[in-house]
Design a protein around this ligand. Structure first.
Ligand code: CIZ
Ligand code: SF4
Length: 303
């Protein structure tokens, strides 16, 4: 008998462990294909809460697995590669946020979901790229807003609402490699394509876009649009889902530099090892999880 393929081993182990496999839209294509669900970080955590699986194998980066652990405290959350972190989430520490809060004692702290559990625990309300504008709009206009950690998403929200926000100077290195110059070059090569991009992109890139949206928003936009061709300004893993969902349409990377090395650390081999050895478990201390859950719940009450 031939040796079982990696995919077959993952499916067998998944049953043995009573596990559900979640893959973020930025994962490698083969990882997305074997997952039970592919999606954005919040959508995936909500899926996780609804299944009766005991184990969640979260193929994404560390803050996403933490969010799943916060939302699903009774389940064991594993990440295939323990080094799959998000550099943007690590651009603010709990100590730095505490200092910023002392400087702006009346500010409402809004944290992007791309943040550690410790940051969520110290924030008033969470948001995702899909609902950031809606969440900030609920803060009374006479209150200051401290938006952490993504200055690009925060700047986009400020522009949409015509409102000044205090922006923490964090950013996504992957989205910032998608420069205006590279987008203009790709647009010149494909003048018939629409340009869609993520609000983690630089402001001067967002200005060029026909549509600015989260990964779930981009997937919806391209499904519903009758346009046949799109230039995509986000992490290039999303093109796998876009192509899978829209076989008749053409998707072009704004630049191949939009490749997040952290997201790509998770592989089929590491998924096998994770389920075999039950590693790497992601846990959040209960007091931090309780405070972070409050921050996430306040968002869920709005959207
Ligand atoms: O929330 C997510 O999953 C991220 C990081 C991006 C997006 O737009 O879905
Ligand atoms: Fe973090 Fe950017 Fe990678 Fe997402 S794409 S995990 S925000 S570095």
């Amino acid at each position: 008998m031939p040796n079982p393929s990696l995919e077959e081993r993952i499916l067998t182990l998944k049953k043995e462990r009573n596990a559900v496999i979640l893959a973020h839209n930025y994962q490698r294509g083969d990882v997305q294909d074997i997952a039970d669900f592919a999606g954005d970080s919040l959508g995936l955590s909500r899926q996780a809460a609804e299944t009766d699986a005991e184990v969640i194998l979260f193929c994404g980066v560390h803050f996403m697995a933490e969010t799943a652990a916060i939302i699903c405290p009774d389940k064991t959350v594993l990440i295939p590669d323990e080094h799959a972190g998000c550099p943007m989430a690590n651009m603010i520490s709990a100590r730095e946020l505490a200092e910023a809060k002392r400087e702006h004692p009346d500010a409402v702290v809004v944290c992007y979901i791309n943040s550690t559990a410790a940051i969520k625990a110290q924030s008033d309300i969470c948001c995702t790229s899909a609902n950031a504008v809606q969440v900030v709009a609920t803060v009374p206009t006479d209150r200051e807003v401290l938006f952490v950690p993504d200055q690009s998403l925060g700047g986009y929200v400020a522009n949409q609402l015509g409102r000044e926000l205090i922006l923490w100077p964090g950013y996504c290195p992957t989205h910032h490699r998608i420069t205006r110059e590279l987008v203009l070059q790709t647009k010149a090569q494909h003048p018939d394509a629409l340009f869609i991009c993520h609000p983690e992109c630089r402001t001067e890139v967002v200005e060029l876009a026909d549509e600015v949206a989260s990964t779930s928003g981009m997937l919806r936009f391209c499904r519903e649009s009758s346009h046949p061709k799109f230039i995509v300004g986000t992490e290039i893993g999303l093109l796998h889902q876009l192509r899978r969902q829209n076989p008749g349409k053409t998707f072009i990377e704004a630049t191949m530099l939009g490749d997040c090395p952290n997201m790509k650390l998770n592989t089929l081999e590491k998924m096998v090892w994770a389920l075999e050895d039950m590693v790497y478990e992601v846990t959040v201390p209960e007091d931090v999880a309780a405070a972070a859950r409050g921050c996430i719940d306040r968002m869920l009450e709005i959207v």
